[in-house]
Write a protein that binds this ligand. Sequence first.
Ligand code: ZN
Length: 148
Amino acid sequence: MIDQPLLPGLDEESAPFFEYAARGELRVQACADCGVRRMPPRPRCERCGSFEHRWDAMSGLGTVWSFVVPHPPLLPAYSEQAPYNVVLVELEDDPTIRLVGNVVAGADDRLDSIDPHSIAIGMPVEVVFPRPVSDDEGAVVLPRWTPA
Ligand SMILES: [Zn+2]
């Protein structure tokens, strides 16, 4: 039975995203040759084929591009925080980049700290960084969003 929140599996490509988040920075992988940003992180640029990359700092501002309100059956860790939202946020700095997350009242608040009926497509949001979530593999900081 899974009764803990699910955490992303970190690999060589994705780990920097979470390392920056742990420092309170939202950064997105970009091709070092042609500048195209990509999410999720990948070893190779799909436009120019380069294997060189950098991590661009984002302002942390975005808008809700889409969202869902999950319904039961839910995993225990989530059912006790329902109803909550899962959003896809389009970044203001680069509308080609959309990040999955949750809109919450404050960085460390519960998933149900915002009434999901108050979420709307186009809603401005700002990134926040909660305390790390620990599991057997280490500690992970998942960027979240608050109404801007
Ligand atoms: Zn490129």
